[in-house]
Design a protein around this ligand. Sequence first.
Ligand SMILES: [Zn+2]
Length: 229
Amino acid sequence: MAKYPDKKIIIIMGTLSSGKGTQADKIAEAFGLHHFDTGPFLKKILSSDDPSIAKEKSEYESGKWVSPEFVVKKVLEHAPIFLIQSKGIIFSGSPRTIYEVERELPVFEELVGPENVVVFNLDISEAESLKRSLGRLICEKNKHPIPDLPEFQEIRKAGVCPHDGSKLIKKDLDKPETLKSRSSEHNQRTLPVIDFFRKCGYKVIEINGEQPIDKVFADMMCWLPQYCK
Ligand SMILES: [Zn+2]
């Protein structure tokens, strides 16, 4: 028996710049869910001076990936807290490796029951992903991405993050070669995660992520009433 059978856990998969974060924000708002955005979440955790995370902190600050063990530990520590505070959780950056999904999914199932775990995949082509990533701005404070899409032009012009008010900047890392290798690394890691969900009996709901933001949102919403009553 699940601990919170009336709550949901929604997971949005998708490649770089597929719009995961944007859609997660919109769905979280529509259903009163907590948007668990792993990037800013880890950044916040790693900004503390807690001595028990000193090793992870120094790795993170030197630009390395945070270890999957650490990510899983922190996600699983916080998921129950966020579940209590809201109607559910929507993830936009986790799980992104087999290591993570193997450890997180059984816990999610215990928390809300498998029938309340929903998995989406936002599908965009590699060319579109590259184009969007190259034009992307991020905020200084929490690295919220602001894509180069018509819906974001006003925000980009204003140069201020709508989430935390910090300045929007261009990321140095975003060079075509770097992005191509990051994108192929991302796909190599996450495609097996999608397969894992399928093997566990989940329907991975495929959404065409190249449509305008509102159309992508509408397509996702078509699937959600049966889950989010
Ligand atoms: Zn921000």
